[in-house]
Design a protein. Sequence first.
Lengths: 423, 423
Amino acid sequence: MRQGQQTSAGIGSLSPGHSEAADKASLRRNNLGVVLRRLRESGEQSRTKLATALGLPKATVSVLVADLIRRGLVREGELDRAGAVGRPHRMVDLDGRWICGIGAEVGVDHITVIALNLRGTVVHEERLALDVPSLTHQAALHKVGDLVADCLHAVGEQGMAAVGITLVTQGSIDRDSGTVRVAVNFGWRDVPACAELRERLGPHAPPVLVENDAEGGALAEYLTTGGADPQELVYVTGGIGVGGAGILDGKLRRGSEIGHMRFGRDDRPCACGRTGCWEASVGLQAFLDRAADPSDPVHDRSIDLAERLGQLLARADAGDQRTLAALAEIADDLALGLAVLVDVLNPSRIVLGGYFAVFGRYLIDKAQRHLDDRRISPTATHVVVTASTLGLSNAAQGGAYLALETIFHDPSVVEVRESQQPG
Amino acid sequence: MRQGQQTSAGIGSLSPGHSEAADKASLRRNNLGVVLRRLRESGEQSRTKLATALGLPKATVSVLVADLIRRGLVREGELDRAGAVGRPHRMVDLDGRWICGIGAEVGVDHITVIALNLRGTVVHEERLALDVPSLTHQAALHKVGDLVADCLHAVGEQGMAAVGITLVTQGSIDRDSGTVRVAVNFGWRDVPACAELRERLGPHAPPVLVENDAEGGALAEYLTTGGADPQELVYVTGGIGVGGAGILDGKLRRGSEIGHMRFGRDDRPCACGRTGCWEASVGLQAFLDRAADPSDPVHDRSIDLAERLGQLLARADAGDQRTLAALAEIADDLALGLAVLVDVLNPSRIVLGGYFAVFGRYLIDKAQRHLDDRRISPTATHVVVTASTLGLSNAAQGGAYLALETIFHDPSVVEVRESQQPG
């Protein structure tokens, strides 16, 4: 029995009126988005099923679907013959042919650019190994611009339009001004990243947003495990930094600094200048330091991270005691922090990303057991810990989803395609 | 610059469609609630001002207000002559005369029953000192029933109808079945509290809900500091137990167990059976143990808590070293936990309740300084810590607000009053 789920049924939202007032025009725009999101969550279905699920008259749903088809956002598919008495219905689904969103992630040792169509399918992907901290931010963003320009060209060749680009980076972001305020691992401070990328791309490029990597990652996890009910998860990603973000009641909660929760368990110095931060005991550096001597090639940053992690995973799988001991320590400290997240947020799902996901089979059972053992309240949420299945590019995918979100929020921003009348 | 605030502007809600789809009937019900909530937040105002604030046509607002007047939820007031050119407008405001909600709190050493009218004004209050752990739960709930029956009678005499009763207790609550699952400080386990109270009150009593005290307290703080933007706060209350709840994006987040966050800072045993919980170092018992020998009357539970705390406050104000040292230690440990809440939730406001509020002047500055000093990100929320001004009855007030929330969510549940036509 989930406590968190009862909120809306019991007392509804406490939010103030002005954000909720609606007239008929906004009602229609809202309902277009509702239909589009429902298709994202539940996949191909008939208009009848949509109408039932949404509690709207079938005629209304048909009008909304026709509108979405004219905009190239929905297409008709197979006939629904399941259990049909009488005339079968034609199914409708998201149309992946015309629209995509682009995510461009700048990491410590790579740049990744991904384009996703409206259905969340990867339509373009490019990853470039790059020692970002050794470059000026101008040089790094110029490289990003090159890759995004390639991507725009490639999706254009496929007949698709990109509705937006999200630059995803570490650190603290001022989204309104498109500035990366502080990204310690890159040595960036007050970098006007959106403006620089826009300049590189020219005036005809789609809008550019900037997003924090943990928040982008949380978004990607949420939307690819789509339709999950309850609509929430806490995403925790392990890299040089440890970040995370929660999606609570279907909304991304920004601005967490979970890597810097202080437990006072040890006095390891953290990159932030303090001691005892969670990141200092479970971040990638702490793991590498525990698992291997400084001369070990797994410390060599000129080798791609995925390769170094693969090597450590092979050692663990082969029963290497030092690697296993390091993982056991990480698991303990990881569980300690996850327990605090559970105490504060009471989520039903925790998804681990970054290197935590790579070593999922050595970390998750232990963390799960720890969380199960310490539940006090019989009515508390039973939290389930899983590993991300999106790999190391999930933050870039989150950026691409974020770019598409504009459409799911208000499909009317996409113009009617004159050539795309319903058949 | 607040990161948390940007969520809705940037990508809107990610929540699925089916909860948001709307037809015209639900649109009207929704807009009735929107008007009523706007009046709660912004107070008396003209229909014109309401229409502007809500982005609705003035004619629509006039129809909605007329409907609310017929239901006895809104009344006309003064003429608005402020800066008026032409005909002055008549102001409208919440009508406090007809409807109230009742909150009944069971504490370790008291029962408090409060009725609030639609305007949040206390229209009835009764507090009874009672050693609840020494009674059976039947006996305790029978006492609650007596006080609630008195309250129903008293508000009836004032011509008011109670729309609901919320029983507020410690511990973990199953709200669907109205059961208190575990309340360690009372020794309750699986107590069907709603059913027992309903039986005592008879078939004509209004609906009974049950709510956790920290969550009720959070609600009361949120609604009495009403209209605050952003719509969020984290409430942390100090008693024998330490509890808390967040209101995030205008929604109460349930099921936190913040008193049991483990920092590993010390090995004090906690009532939950574990060690190192935050509650064990900052709960009321830890404070009393630090501040006074066991023989000191401040430990005597037969004396009302407010009186014992008043005595300790007088000692602190007189410069008593032991009391001040105890408060300094509590402040340090309090700051440590608040910092974790900030790292995870990034709230803009923290409100301290219970004994933390009584000793606010000894705790808040230190906690605030600690939080200010450890901000990493320049874009992080500047959190402000304040003390609750609602006193020790704020959980009961939260219960009363919760009972009223049904009306604010859907005013159409209140019948039209035939005698109450607009004049």
